[in-house]
Design a protein around this ligand. Structure first.
Ligand code: ZN
Length: 207
């Protein structure tokens, strides 16, 4: 059991490293493992590519399907840093991934037990376990949204393509981002005040 958990932690850590590549996007990473080998990795690229379907899970499923030459991802394991949304949960179920491990829970959009459970509506019932490296995955998101809120408080929105930051009225320096924020990206971002990335009191049930 301890060794099994160590393996899940190890793979989730790699998904977390993918999430760090998300740049302007909400940091979410995913990997697919088969026979103890990573066959595909991906991170969220919705804002970067201006494509609402470019969630990490969709991208990693596409990559794995291409590599295996099969849309059916039998005998694979998916690790993703955040509980999948309804779109991704649907894609995961339709690609027949039998084992799913996610990190943080998503009270607003989580479709594997938090906001809804898509398995209720579809015949295929994979094993799903939440809360792997939960604190790390959850902090990744909380820190990202905290930074976005600070950015919004300190930034103005000019007609040009880039955002200019000003010092706050309290005189503190504006937050520094490690990248240039495109206007289109910031405009589309959501700043969820009520989104909770912790486990719900009702634990997700294993099917
Ligand atoms: Zn999604």
């Amino acid at each position: 059991m301890i060794n099994t958990m160590k393996i899940h932690d190890k793979y989730m850590q790699i998904a977390i490293e993918e999430a760090h590549k998300s740049s302007i996007d909400v940091p979410i990473g995913a990997i697919i493992v088969k026979n103890d080998k990573i066959i595909a990795k991906a991170f969220n690229q919705k804002e970067k590519e201006n494509d609402a379907t470019n969630h990490a899970e969709i991208l990693v499923i596409r990559e794995a399907s291409k590599i295996l030459g099969n849309w059916r991802l039998d005998n694979t394991v998916l690790y993703v840093t955040l509980e999948p949304c309804p779109m991704c949960a649907g894609a995961i179920l339709y690609s027949r991934i039998p084992n799913i491990y996610f990190g943080a829970y998503d009270s607003l959009y989580g479709a594997f037990g938090s906001a809804l459970d898509l398995r209720t509506y579809i015949k295929f019932k994979p094993d799903i376990t939440g809360g792997i490296q939960e604190e790390k995955c959850s902090n990744l998101l909380k820190n990202y949204f905290k930074l976005q809120r600070k950015m919004r408080e300190n930034c103005i929105f000019p007609a040009s393509s880039e955002i200019q930051c000003q010092g706050s009225s309290a005189g503190s320096s504006p937050p520094q981002l490690p990248f240039t924020f495109p206007r289109s990206g910031l405009k589309n971002l959501i700043f969820p005040e009520n989104q909770n990335f912790s486990a719900p009191s009702r634990q997700i049930e294993k099917s």
